[in-house]
Design a protein around this ligand. Structure first.
Ligand SMILES: Nc1ncnc2c1ncn2[C@@H]1O[C@H](COP(=O)(O)OP(=O)(O)OP(=O)(O)O)[C@@H](O)[C@H]1O
Ligand SMILES: [Mg+2]
Length: 276
């Protein structure tokens, strides 16, 4: 009989099992908060997890107690430096990090004309040690780095702050995902739309947030996660404390909500069956 461990070893030999790009061109929608918390919870559940910080602002890197460096990812993308050489451990068991590189701010100009650069992250991951789950924190635009993240991913998780302005921007991201699917990565799919920063008045979800959720339900009937992440000052506090929300406030609302989101994402690929 194949044991769970043997099955996991076999999956590791087969290469990275899942790569999820956390993307939304609108700034401040909860991408980094989602990427860090999803990756940390996945690691705590037993999945070997690698968080790749593609945003030169380096918020995910700082959240996990590291400092962005100048060039790690630039060397990986421009000079084919092995990704494993720039992977660093974090305080969380089984969670590793590729730190943001400040020089990525200029990525389009620096190496946008390099042959095959849109596939550089995919190629780097294919040549790296296998992990169960690679979570890619994309910057808040639709430039080269987001395209590289989408090209390297099996699926896209879209955190969406539940406001009317955020909805207006969404079609641009969906158009880019379609284009990447047609031209670069036919298997790419949206694994989840995660409403974030949902405000509550009294016992009810605020009127604007409720309208946004209704609209999302119509447009993404199967992709909209049932979990929503409510607005909470705890998330900012957790960043300052350099701890994912599940470590900062175990059992709190943010912890419970992000755990529920991870459970939905794992079910989407049947991964829970391996680790349950
Ligand atoms: N559920 C939440 N409740 C309250 N504040 C939140 C929540 N999620 C994120 N925030 C706060 O909103 C701000 C933006 O969040 P975050 O950095 O995760 O977004 P982002 O989409 O990664 O932004 P950017 O596009 O700049 O990379 C941060 O100050 C963060 O602490
Ligand atoms: Mg971010």
């Amino acid at each position: 009989m194949t044991s769970r461990h043997a099955l996991n070893d076999r999956l590791r030999e087969l290469g990275p099992r899942r790569a999820t790009a956390v993307a939304n061109n609108k700034g401040g929608t909860g991408k980094t908060t989602t990427a860090v918390n999803v990756a940390a919870i996945a690691a705590a559940m037993g999945h070997s997890t690698l968080l790749v910080d593609l945003d030169d602002q380096g918020s995910a890197t700082k959240w996990l107690g590291h400092s962005p460096n100048n060039t790690d990812l630039v060397h990986v993308f421009r000079d084919d430096r092995p990704l494993d050489e720039v992977v660093v451990p974090t305080a969380i068991e089984r969670l590793e990090l590729v730190r943001a590189s400040a020089e990525l701010a200029d990525a389009d100009r620096q190496f946008g004309a390099e042959a095959g650069v849109q596939h550089a992250l995919l190629s780097a991951l294919e040549h790296a040690a296998a992990r169960d789950w690679v979570v890619i924190d994309c910057p808040g635009d639709l430039g080269l780095l987001t395209i590289m993240g989408l090209a390297a991913a099996d699926d896209v998780l879209i955190p969406l702050a539940a406001g009317a302005m955020e909805l207006e921007e969404l079609p641009k991201l969906i158009t880019l995902i379609d284009k990447v699917r047609r031209r670069l990565n036919p298997a790419l799919h949206v694994s989840g739309v995660l409403p974030c920063r949902v405000t509550v008045y009294g016992k009810n979800t605020s009127r604007v947030a409720a309208d946004v959720l209704d609209t999302l339900r119509q447009h993404f009937p199967s992709e909209l996660l049932t979990t929503v992440i409510h607005e909470s000052t705890r998330h900012g506090e957790a960043f300052s404390a350099q701890q994912p929300i599940s470590w900062y406030e175990p059992g709190g609302t943010g912890d419970r909500e992000y755990r529920a989101a991870v459970a939905e994402l794992l079910l989407e690929r049947g991964a829970v069956a391996v680790h349950a």
